[in-house]
Ligand binder design. Structure first.
Ligand code: SF4
Ligand code: SF4
Length: 340
């Protein structure tokens, strides 16, 4: 939720936005207008990457203000289109067949679309997925933030039916919803959300003796949802360290990360390709032999440009599987940077 009392109109949120061209004067003028409930060009230029919420030094949540106005002014989707999308994602049947266990994993909608990313011993735990467990984060990317909020409680309630004390989130967005947004909405989450990176680190610690360090340098593609939960980032670093992977320092990482830009296509907000090229070139210039993605959408969205630049893409979970010898190490023979 936007906290106007905490905003001192510094303008940082919009001047540091990777997607708007706003100088300080413009940023302050836009913020003032939006705080007065007015429409500004920022609403349409924003690609909903959540970066401004992380950047704001006063934790005022400027994206939440932008998102509310995007919805009010139908910046991306009309109310009718949003209602139709809402109906399509809403689970209306009786829920059955869910596991009961102390720790379960939620695969959100990726169980059907990306089953190859959750194979092997690291994912050997009871799993739920599909429409009943959809986290609804997609709707804040469509300028329909209230629908995300409206349905958040259903996801929490259905996960709670498993009786789990810990729920591993395969997708960063689900983790952001459970660890940050649902509590912000006043929804009680009666279990501990576990980020995928924490789960993988735990499994690697249990099998430390099996780890064969990969000895490669990678660029990390930090996804947009991580803006909501930067506190878990140390698990990503620990995973890389345990797997013998060097995360190269580069321009577009950590707080300065560039989202995969795929959302531009969904929003009709321009061609993502120049931004994706900028991102991939930055990784290669920093000496990365491959790029590691946490989000399956980043993997898919960056695939064409990364292939063109000969930068192999690897899913974060596959790094752990490679280190354990479950799957072969990455083939870097065609990489733009083949050897260290
Ligand atoms: S929301 Fe935060 S970053 Fe933006 S103007 Fe206000 S205080 Fe500054
Ligand atoms: S959500 Fe991202 S694109 Fe939108 S204003 Fe904030 S930083 Fe810019």
């Amino acid at each position: 939720m936007f906290k106007p009392d905490q905003c001192d109109l510094c303008g940082d949120c919009l001047t540091k936005c990777p997607w708007l061209q706003a100088d300080q004067e413009q940023a302050v003028a836009w913020m003032k207008a939006m705080m007065a409930g007015q429409e500004t060009p920022a609403l349409r230029q924003c690609i909903t990457c959540y970066a401004c919420n992380e950047v704001c030094p006063r934790r005022a949540n400027p994206f939440d203000l932008i998102a509310a106005l995007q919805e009010r002014f139908d910046s991306f989707k009309s109310r009718e289109a949003a209602a139709s999308q809402e109906a399509g994602y809403t689970f209306t049947k009786a829920l059955s067949g869910y596991p009961r266990a102390d720790r379960v994993m939620t695969a959100c909608l990726f169980e059907k679309t990306h089953p190859h990313l959750m194979q092997g011993g690291l994912y050997d735990l009871p799993r739920v997925g599909g429409k009943p467990y959809f986290c609804w984060m997609l709707f804040s990317h469509w300028g329909q933030n209230s629908l995300q909020r409206k349905h958040a409680g259903e996801m929490v309630e259905r996960l709670a039916l498993t009786g789990a004390t810990e729920v591993v989130c395969f997708h960063d967005d689900c983790y952001a919803m459970l660890a940050r947004l649902a509590p912000d909405y006043g929804i009680e989450v009666p279990f501990r959300p576990v980020h995928l990176s924490e789960h993988l680190v735990g499994r690697l610690r249990e099998q430390r003796g099996r780890i064969r360090p990969l000895g490669i340098s990678i660029a990390y593609q930090r996804p947009c949802a991580s803006r909501h939960t930067p506190e878990k980032e140390h698990f990503v670093d620990e995973l890389f360290q345990m797997a013998g992977v060097r995360r190269v320092p580069r321009t577009f990482d950590r707080e300065n990360a560039l989202c995969c830009a795929s959302i531009k296509l969904l929003l009709g907000n321009g061609d993502p390709r120049p931004d994706q090229e900028k991102n991939v070139r930055d990784a290669i210039a920093a000496g990365a032999q491959a790029m590691v993605c946490l989000c399956p959408m980043c993997l898919d969205g960056l695939a064409a440009v990364a292939a063109e630049y000969r930068l192999p893409l690897i899913f974060l979970g596959d790094i752990a599987r490679m280190a354990l010898g479950e799957i072969p190490p990455p083939d870097l023979s065609g990489s733009a940077i083949a050897t260290e």
